[in-house]
Ligand binder design. Structure first.
Ligand code: SF4
Ligand code: SF4
Length: 222
């Protein structure tokens, strides 16, 4: 899922500018799971804005809405009335959600209420970890399903670097060495021989550094 966190309230307030009708609109999928932009966070953000605006002596109406998925066009018409009403829209979707909403409603002034961070997993309540960089050429089969592109600070495909101490990364001692995790997992699976295989260079042209990417599935097009 996409993991994001909330922008500071002062930044959101500044992005509202002089608008008198503000819509806070969330997304009830990834950013709800990471407690940044779901229905509950929409209510909290809207309340915080109302209080802050009242303290400033401003008369601003703040409405709340939440879509099942802000990044999928099919769900966006549901917000039509609120979007038409608002002078400024604070999106609590991820960066893709903000852009999808703005593209679908070209007359609307949409600003982000979140800082989108990474593709990750919930490892325990309140803890999210980056697991995938969307490199476009997945090589997890070599690595016992631990991603060195994302979890090794040096992105080594033929690691380790040799600097790890006590199972921790030499670059970021607060995180586990990805190559230690890869070794431990392959050892537990009896697959250590896999480490003898040379991993061919990744096709980075398929990654974000190659170009902005689009996926087209002809069998799903209508
Ligand atoms: S190898 Fe690439 S696609 Fe696979 S998990 Fe790592 S970053 Fe994601
Ligand atoms: S210590 Fe481990 S995770 Fe850190 S850079 Fe070296 S191989 Fe990668």
């Amino acid at each position: 899922m996409i993991v994001a966190d909330k922008k500071p309230l002062a930044e959101v307030l500044a992005s509202i500018g002089k608008a008198g009708r503000v819509l806070v609109i969330g997304c009830d999928t990834c950013v709800a799971e990471c407690a940044a932009g779901g229905r509950k966070e929409v209510a909290l953000t809207a309340s915080a804005l109302r209080i802050a605006l009242e303290k400033e002596g401003r008369r601003v109406e703040v409405r709340e809405a939440c879509l099942d998925r802000q990044c999928v066009n099919e769900f966006l018409p549901e917000a039509a009335e609120d979007m038409a009403w608002a002078e400024r829209i604070v999106s609590l979707g991820c960066g893709a959600g903000v852009q999808a909403l703005a593209r679908f409603y070209p007359e609307s002034d949409v600003v982000p209420g979140l800082n989108t961070q990474f593709i990750g997993t919930t490892v325990q309540p309140g803890v999210w970890v980056e697991e995938c960089s969307g490199c476009g050429d997945c090589k997890l089969a070599f690595f016992g399903a631990v991603c060195p592109v994302t979890r090794c600070s040096k992105r080594l495909l033929n690691g380790p670097c040799g600097g790890s101490k006590g199972g921790k990364c030499e670059v970021s001692p607060e995180v586990d060495c990805a190559w230690q995790l890869i070794y431990d997992r392959l050892a537990a699976l009896g697959l250590l021989a896999r480490l003898r295989e040379f991993v061919p260079p990744a096709d980075w042209s398929a990654s974000h550094s190659g170009r902005p990417r689009t996926i087209i599935r002809e069998d799903r097009r209508i």
